[in-house]
Ligand binder design. Structure first.
Ligand code: NAP
Length: 248
């Protein structure tokens, strides 16, 4: 029996990168998957087909996580189609890296809106039925930037630190209702997001990582699936670092 068989999981921002691999990993473990994306339509359709080929249901929604009304519509539609929502992975995110003296109001607002408000919106839309069912899991994808701060990422570090605060506060709020809330604090993972790093920043980052390499999406997805599973039944409010030792 697959450990997530019969469950329904929402993964945000799954058209590319880490979210894509988490969606595939939970599908491999038997879960039906609803996911959203914003711009990458062909990749989203490709993922939907890949998930369906694993023998589970896949639903793809072109929805901006920053839009609460649209997020509510997606969560309600997914629940109606799949019968229930057992878990949510708040993965959608973006960077607009700049030194603070060059950072525009838009750079600040867009990063906070997607990385932090987006997670609030999905949690807000999904939490009540989970509390009523006395069961559910929310997993927020944060970053070591939110733990230690990174120069050039004042907006992103603030959003990801906020996400850790959200995780702990919500875990305290809903634990007695059977809902677990955890976060991943990721280091450098090879995706489109880190492909934008200038070569010299990449070299400098590599020197700070005890394991001597950037992570792969496959280094993240199994830990995410574990935190959604019954094997993690007593883990809540935790921030699990997956960073090759970068931020210790
Ligand atoms: P990525 O390759 O750039 O993918 C980002 C995903 O988020 C895409 O599927 C994108 O969809 C989606 N997205 C962006 N804005 C959205 C919005 N407003 N509404 C819905 N979906 C949206 O990034 P990644 O590296 O996989 O990062 C995934 C998560 O891990 C992010 O939260 C990121 O902050 C976090 N993280 C990554 C690293 C790393 O080193 N890669 C490190 C720490 C934390 P479209 O393409 O359709 O727009």
């Amino acid at each position: 029996m697959k450990e997530l068989a019969g469950q329904s999981v929402i993964v945000t921002g799954a058209s590319r990168g880490i979210g894509r691999e988490i969606a595939l990993e939970v599908a491999r473990r038997g879960a039906n998957v609803a996911f959203n994306y914003l711009r990458s339509e062909p990749q989203a359709q490709e993922l939907k087909a890949e998930i369906e080929a694993l023998g589970v249901k896949a639903l793809a929604y072109k929805v901006d996580v920053g839009d609460l009304g649209a997020v509510r519509g997606m969560v309600d539609a997914a629940r109606a189609a799949l019968g229930r929502i057992d878990a949510v992975v708040n993965n959608a995110g973006l960077t607009r890296d700049k030194l603070v003296m060059m950072m525009s109001e838009e750079d600040w607002a867009e990063v906070l809106r997607t990385n932090l408000t987006g997670a609030f919106n999905v949690a807000r839309a999904a939490i009540f039925p989970m509390m009523k069912a006395k069961s559910g899991v929310i997993l927020n994808v944060s970053s070591v930037s939110g733990l230690v701060g990174m120069a050039g990422q004042v907006n992103y570090s603030a959003a990801k630190a906020g996400l850790i605060g959200l995780t702990k506060a919500l875990a305290k709020e809903v634990g007695r209702h059977g809902v677990r809330v955890n976060a991943l604090a990721l280091g450098f993972i090879e995706t489109d997001m880190t492909a934008k790093l200038p070569a010299q920043n990449r070299e400098a980052a590599l020197k700070m990582i005890p394991l001597g390499r950037f992570g792969a999406v496959g280094d993240v997805a199994p830990a995410a699936a574990f935190l959604l599973s019954g094997a993690a039944a007593y883990i809540t409010g935790a921030v699990i670092q997956i960073d090759g030792g970068l931020a210790m």
